[in-house]
Each structure stands twice: as C-alpha cells, then as structure tokens.
Design a protein. Sequence first.
Length: 194
Amino acid sequence: MNFLAHLFLSNNSEKIAIGNFIADFVKGAQIESYEKDVVKGILIHREIDRFTDAHATVKQSKNRLWNRYRHYSSVIVDMYYDHFLAKNWEMYSDEPLKNFTTRHYSLLSRHSYSFPARASLTLKYMKQSDWLYNYQFLEGIDMALKGMSRRANFNSKMEYAIQELHRHYEQFNEEFSLFFPKLKRHTEEFSREI
C-alpha cells in the first residue's frame, strides 16, 4: 500500500501515523531513536507491507503487470490501490478526504523536524502537489507514477503504467475492493497484539 492507505490504517493515532509515514525511511538501529507509539507505527507499516505482498489477490494484480514492469509491479499496484481508496473514500471513512489529507499534512509537518531527511523531502513534494487528495484522479496517479519513474534507479517504465490502469481498471478495482477490508481487519488485529 502507498501513503494514503498507510495513514488511513493508523486508526487516527497521530504517533502511529507518523511512524507509518516514516517507516520506509527508517533503517536498522535508527528505529531506537523514536518513542514507543512511533515505533508501533513503523512496525504496523512493515506488517501492512508484509501482509499485502503475500496476499493472493494482490499477487493477481501484480501478475497482470509483471511482464512489462517486473519488480516495479509491486510499487505500481500500491499506487493503483491508493487511487481506489481515494476514489471510493466515502465507503471507508466518514471524514471527507480533503479534511483527512489536510489534517495529516499538518500533523506530519509539525513533526518533520524529527524525520529522516528523505522523509522530510518526500513530505515537501507530497504537500506541494497534494498527492494524497489527488490520488483519486487518474491525472494525479499518472503524475505520481511519472515522478516515481524519474526518481527510480533503473528504467522502471512506470511513466507508462497509467495505460494498464486504464486497460484493466475494473479488474484492479475489484481486486482492491476484495483485498482492502481484509487488510483493514488484519491491521486492526495486529495493532492490538503489539
């Protein structure tokens, strides 16, 4: 899952949302420098990723992209799934998407002084282009995929990935709709256990 889903699955806990946002940028022993609930958010993020990568429905989505995008298929599916979460937001949350995204930009900005440098830079770009809100639009996902392609170390071809989303839109939407409630339940259970 991508940024929007990770923040949503933080269950309205500010510290967990912070950990969930910075998790990919925290390496090794760096985790020890964060307070308990931020660490919990980092662990939740990692469990979300583990559960997502192992799930049969997600593998079905990734397999549709594998021949063209290889290991970037996972990243692309994460983006597609954030699109479907944003597009169908009212099915999952009573809070309007704009309120949710504005509230989280504000939260993350207030704490960005403690973030790893790359997380702060990502937040800066995210706010400038309002990624979280714009994920609901195909143009927003296209812009995000092109940006990721420019930053990739290898020829990812992600700049073309909007084509597959158009071509297989209903299949990806259906797979997301099947998968996301399971991920939400799993995340809630995992959060109670740790």
